[in-house]
Write a protein that binds this ligand. Structure first.
Ligand code: ADP
Ligand code: LRH
Length: 499
């Protein structure tokens, strides 16, 4: 029996899982969960990174204690988080400032300016990555403009999982899957693009060597508390596919190709896996991305996702309205269908705040009746997401030149039965939902591969299929969705959404 720890730090929470593998099946047990809300100071949004590191340490110690009780041994641990965010170290290895959160508004003005100056087609050709204001490249330009002294003092940039691995081990590197999301890596060389760095005015010295997913770093030698723990001192820290979406896609139990996945959490990432980056005109025009994976690339597009629901719940709670997820979903189910539609990817919805008010504004501007009660609002969000999935799936199929037979939904959103059914209805495809904790499962699979316990993606998919339940949703009532889709396409055609 192999026991590994998978730490998955998402926006709705951070979680540590004890994952056990008996040579035939995996089991996943949550041992620690902690909040991961950004800290706001002067209206700027920061990661509470030292507390998060403390929570990860607690997770490791708990997992170690649990395994010890069972008479087992903890072999390894790996950390994944969301992409694009980073910390800056000075020459002596001290963190210079709390890392900023990508939903900080500082990139709002910088993004179009950098894209105009360098050219969107040029940036895409040099990186294969979609143009989005949250990408590290725009965050770095914003950081330089806001506080030039910070970048001058910085010696190294570490993406968040690399920073947390550094806190554990003292070793620095840029794990490949996450490094691609900076929009600074060349798709051909799989290394930092010197020309683009220069064009954007980003110092080359900041970027550490790129390391492959699955690299074993070593024990948590940099942390005295873990060093002092009999079990955790021997654990091998592994650079997993440290981008949470990369880990999640490792855990998609693909049955037949071509397929599409939706990694459904705070974001909905809709796409498929390809052997090499797709840099076609179509991919660029639809603003698709080619993110580095484990032995492949993810050709996908970001869709605003359940962030809209999370932020709506927060707003409703502040207003004393019903905000529990189960109740809102029940109200949405009995609200009238297709009453109001909007583009979930309108850039105004990216930033924290009163999302329901912004959705009502968008509806008014598009001539749609603004949803006026909690059930109607949640129904509008979920129907609009399902219709956006259909639109992006159609774009993906145009890029691939192939029809996708089925959709796999993984992540926390795969538990949303309403959204899964509406996705099947809107797209006319069967939807396979699960596993729920896909990022943790993929994180653990890369560790098991590094330990020589599993080999290759086919074996990984088979292991996921054997270990976790998958629910199937068959499409029904597609005619009503076809009419709604036409309306959705009309009203989003002129929208200012990030393509
Ligand atoms: P992230 O890693 O981005 O934080 P997760 O994969 O943990 O995201 O998914 C979180 C989302 O899953 C929540 O925003 C919520 O909408 C959805 N979710 C969680 N539990 C349930 C549930 N029991 N039923 C329906 N949806 C759920
Ligand atoms: C999902 C995710 C996504 C990125 C965004 C920053 O959690 O990592 O893949 O685009 O967050």
């Amino acid at each position: 029996m192999k026991h590994v720890v998978a730490v998955d730090v998402g926006a709705s929470s951070g979680k540590a899982f004890l994952v056990s593998y008996d040579g035939s099946r995996m089991t996943v047990q949550e041992v620690h969960r902690f909040p991961n809300e950004p800290v706001s100071v002067f209206g700027r949004l920061y990661w509470d990174i030292y507390r998060i590191f403390g929570e990860i340490r607690s997770g490791l110690l708990r997992a170690g204690a649990q395994v010890k009780e069972q008479g087992g041994e903890l072999t390894s641990a790996g950390i994944d988080t969301w992409a694009v965010d980073f910390g800056l170290l000075d020459v002596r290895g001290y963190l210079l400032d709390l890392p900023r959160h990508y939903r900080d508004a500082r990139t709002q003005a910088v993004f179009p300016r950098v894209v105009d100056a360098l050219g969107g087609a040029y940036i895409f050709a040099r990186t294969g990555i979609q143009l989005m204001p949250i990408n590290t490249i725009y965050q770095l330009v914003a950081a330089r403009e806001e506080n030039p002294a910070l970048l001058e003092a910085a010696d190294r940039l570490l993406l968040i999982p690399d920073l947390l691995d550094y806190f554990l081990t003292g070793e620095v590197a840029a794990e490949f899957t996450n490094a691609t999301t900076t929009q600074l890596l060349h798709p051909g060389t799989r290394d930092w693009d010197e020309e683009l760095l220069q064009a954007a005015g980003i110092p080359r010295r900041l970027l550490p060597p790129v390391a492959p997913p699955g690299q074993v770093i070593g024990p948590p030698a940099a942390d005295p508390e873990l060093r002092a723990d009999g079990m955790c001192s021997r654990v091998l820290v592994v650079r997993v596919a440290s981008h949470d979406t990369a880990s999640a896609v490792v855990a998609v139990p693909v049955a037949a190709e071509p397929y599409a996945f939706i990694s459904s959490g705070t974001w909905s990432l809709l796409g498929t896996t390809v052997a090499a980056p797709v840099l076609s005109m179509r991919a660029q025009r639809f603003n698709f991305t080619n993110e580095g994976g484990v032995g492949n690339y993810r050709l996908l597009k970001n869709i605003m996702g359940l962030w809209l629901l999370q932020e709506t719940q927060r707003t409703f709670a502040q207003a004393g309205l019903p905000h529990a997820l189960a109740e809102l979903l029940a109200r949405a189910e009995s609200a009238p269908p297709f009453a109001a539609l909007f583009d979930p990817d309108d850039p105004r919805l990216l930033f924290p705040g009163d999302i329901p008010a912004r959705i009502r504004d968008l509806c008014r501007a598009a001539g749609e009746p603004p949803p006026d009660d909690p059930g109607a609002m949640v129904r509008a969000i979920l129907e609009s997401l399902a219709l956006k999935y259909r639109l992006v799936l159609a774009q993906l199929e145009q890029i691939l030149g192939q029809r996708v037979a089925a959709l796999h939904i993984v992540g926390g959103g795969s538990q949303n039965r309403l959204l899964c059914q509406w996705t099947a209805d809107a797209t006319g495809r069967p939807v396979y939902a699960g596993p729920v904790e896909a990022s943790a499962v993929g994180n653990a699979l890369v560790q098991l591969a590094a330990l020589g316990e599993v080999r290759g993606s086919a074996e990984m998919r088979e292991l996921v299929r054997r270990s976790f339940p998958v629910a199937v949703y068959w499409p029904t009532s597609t005619a009503a969705w076809d009419a709604a889709y036409e309306r959705f396409c009309r009203l989003t055609a002129g929208s200012a959404a990030v393509r």
